[in-house]
Design a binder for this molecule. Structure first.
Ligand SMILES: [Mn+2]
Length: 273
């Protein structure tokens, strides 16, 4: 199966600097493809030859910024329609909104995030922002499941307005096997699945390069087990957002995300369409 990688480095209204993260991950993909091309001995990466293309969007001009959501939706729509696997490398979490909106009601979005982005507190704006964007969906909304949140403020009723289910970090920590089994069954039963990763879902020790780190996050091995479980379903694509290389420590985040993207590209390349 072929993959389209879309670099969508939008990072206004929160987490400025994450646009650079999207571009850096796009560069990492190009480097993977160049290395594959240059390799003369047989290796697993051969599966990627001719199967992956990268499209980069820019937000250098005012007009590009003004219609960011429309442009994002058009790009997402075209990519989803093509039937190829889609890797969406966004700036802040808001950059994932256009693609999530294009997925529609028959898609299960498995969202890895420390936060439940439906906030409406005294100090949050009611206008669209990276902290409330899940309340600004154009209908029809996809089904959303959160994995790994550490929110301490929202009431169960507020959470239930947006999320079908949440698996907070303390539940993952207490019984990883149960959450893996639950999530796998949910993914398998869904018509289509999308994996949406906000980098702050990880523990800051595993991925320090985020604007709003929260402690007690997902460890890298726990994440991998949960990630694998989701692949029991028909995964159509994956978005990665909120990676700010300016806050990285010795490229810890870059290494983790670069590996995860390469792992995903290889997984998809060997899949029958
Ligand atoms: Mn978050």
């Amino acid at each position: 199966m072929r993959t389209t990688v879309i670099v969508f480095p939008f990072d206004l209204f929160g987490s400025a600097g994450t646009g650079a993260g999207a571009r850096l991950l796009g560069d990492a993909v190009n480097e993977i493809l160049d290395d594959t091309e240059a390799e003369t001995r047989p290796c697993r990466a051969d599966a990627l030859r001719g199967k992956v293309r990268v499209k980069e969007h820019a937000f250098d001009a005012l007009a590009e910024v003004t219609d960011w959501r429309k442009r994002g939706r058009a790009a997402a729509k075209q990519a989803i329609k093509s039937g190829e696997f889609l890797v969406w490398l966004g700036g802040n979490h808001l950059a994932a909104l256009p693609v999530l909106e294009e997925l529609g009601a028959e898609t299960l979005v498995v969202q890895f995030d420390a936060h439940l982005d439906v906030y409406a507190f005294h100090d949050t704006t009611t206008d669209l922002s990276h902290g409330n964007f899940l309340t600004h969906f154009d209908a029809p909304r996809p089904r959303v499941v959160n994995v790994g949140h550490r929110d301490l403020f929202l009431t169960p009723e507020e959470i239930a307005e947006t999320f079908e289910t949440v698996y907070p970090a303390w539940e993952v920590a207490a019984d990883l096997g149960r959450v893996v089994a639950d999530l796998g069954a949910k993914a398998k039963a869904a018509k289509r699945v999308w994996i949406d990763i906000d980098c702050d879902a990880f523990d800051p020790a595993a991925l320090p390069a985020v604007h709003e780190p929260l402690p007690f996050g997902l460890s890298a091995p726990a994440f991998l087990a949960l990630f694998e479980a989701v692949w029991e379903g028909n995964v159509a694509g994956m978005s990665i957002t909120e990676f700010d290389p300016g806050r990285d420590v010795r490229d810890t985040g870059l290494n983790l995300l670069g590996w995860l993207v390469e792992y995903t590209l290889l997984k998809v390349a060997s899949r029958v369409p």
